[in-house]
Design a protein around this ligand. Structure first.
Ligand code: 9D3
Length: 252
C-alpha cells in the first residue's frame, strides 16, 4: 500500500514512521509512506499555504491552490481514498481502519489553521475524517494515528505473537482484562492470587469477568455490540447492568 501525506509540518513524521510495527512494515516494503511539504507546491515569495477567510472572522484558511497542485502531482487513480483530516469529519474507528487498509493508495491531507477551503473538501477529498471529539492543533497527529492503525492491518505487518493478540478488544467487543508481570509482589503491591494459581480455567474465568467489569464501568455502549454468552449476561447483571431494551416508539 502507498500512503501520501500532505502537510505544512513534514518534520513531525520522521520518528513516528521509523518506530515499531509501522517502521518495520515500511522497511519490509509492505507500506510506502511519503510525506510531502505543501510549501513545495506554492509559487509566491512567501510560500503561502493559508489566507484570511472570505466573509471575515478570526484565523486563517488553507489555500486550495497548493492542495490541488499537490494532489494532482501524486497521480492517484480513482480507487484511491483522498482523506481530509478535519474536526468536522466522520469519527475514525477500527472499521474505517479496515476499509482503508484494503486500498492500494491513500492520500492524507492534514488540516491546519481554522480549516481547509471547502472546494478542496468537495472536489478533491473522497472523505473527511476526525480522530475524535477533542481539539488538536492540526491534522498531523491524527494522520499519524491513521497510518499506525492502517499499516498494522496490512498482511505480514504483525509478528506471530502479535497476530495471536490481534483478535482482541475491539474485535471481540470488550475491553481487555488487567495484565500483570513480575515481580509477584512489587513493593508490597501483590498480583491477584488467581493468576499465580496455575489453574487456567479459573484464570480464564477471572479475566473474562474483569473484562466485563471494566467494559461496564468505562464503555457500557460497547456491551450492546459485544458477543456475550448467557454466563456473561449473568455476570453483568450481578454487576448492575441494565441491558438496553428497545423503547416503545412514539410514532403512529
Ligand atoms: C474554533 C473552532 N475549532 C473547531 C473545534 C476550530 C479548529 C480546531 C482545531 C479548527 C482546526 C483545528 C485543528 N484540528 C484538526 O485539523 C483536526 C482534528 C482535531 O482537532 N481533532 C480530531 N481530529 C482532527 S483531524 C484534524
Amino acid at each position: 500500500m502507498r500512503i501520501d501525506i500532505l502537510t505544512v509540518f513534514p518534520d513531525m513524521f520522521g520518528p513516528v514512521l521509523a518506530a515499531g510495527i509501522v517502521g518495520k512494515a515500511i522497511r519490509n516494503r509492505l507500506a510506502d509512506v511519503r510525506v510531502h511539504d505543501l510549501r513545495e507546491f506554492t509559487h509566491d515569495r512567501h510560500r503561502s499555504t493559508d489566507d484570511s477567510p472570505f466573509g471575515g472572522g478570526p484565523g486563517m484558511v488553507m489555500l486550495p491552490g497548493p492542495l490541488f497542485e499537490a494532489v494532482s502531482s501524486l497521480g492517484a487513480g480513482p480507487d484511491a481514498a483522498v482523506v481530509a483530516l478535519t474536526p468536522q469529519g466522520r469519527p475514525f474507528d477500527q472499521r474505517a481502519a479496515e476499509r482503508l487498509a484494503a486500498l492500494e493508495r491513500i492520500v492524507l491531507i492534514c488540516g491546519r489553521y481554522e480549516g481547509i477551503d471547502e472546494r478542496v473538501i468537495e472536489q478533491l477529498a473522497t472523505e473527511e475524517i476526525s480522530t475524535g471529539d477533542y481539539v488538536v492543533s492540526g491534522g498531523e497527529v491524527p494522520a499519524m494515528l491513521i497510518v499506525d492503525a492502517v499499516v498494522r492491518l496490512l498482511p505480514g505487518a504483525l509478528g506471530h505473537s502479535e497476530e495471536a493478540l490481534a483478535d482482541d478488544s475491539h474485535t471481540s467487543g470488550l475491553l481487555q482484562h488487567p495484565q500483570y508481570t513480575r515481580p509477584a509482589d512489587f513493593e508490597g503491591l501483590p498480583v491477584p492470587d488467581v493468576l499465580l494459581s496455575g489453574n487456567h480455567a479459573v484464570i480464564a474465568q477471572w479475566r473474562r469477568r474483569e473484562a466485563l467489569r471494566r467494559t461496564l464501568e468505562r464503555r457500557p455502549d460497547m456491551l450492546a455490540e459485544a458477543e456475550l454468552s448467557s454466563e456473561d449476561i449473568h455476570v453483568l447483571r450481578a454487576l448492575g447492568w441494565k441491558s438496553p431494551t428497545p423503547r416503545p416508539s412514539q410514532e403512529a
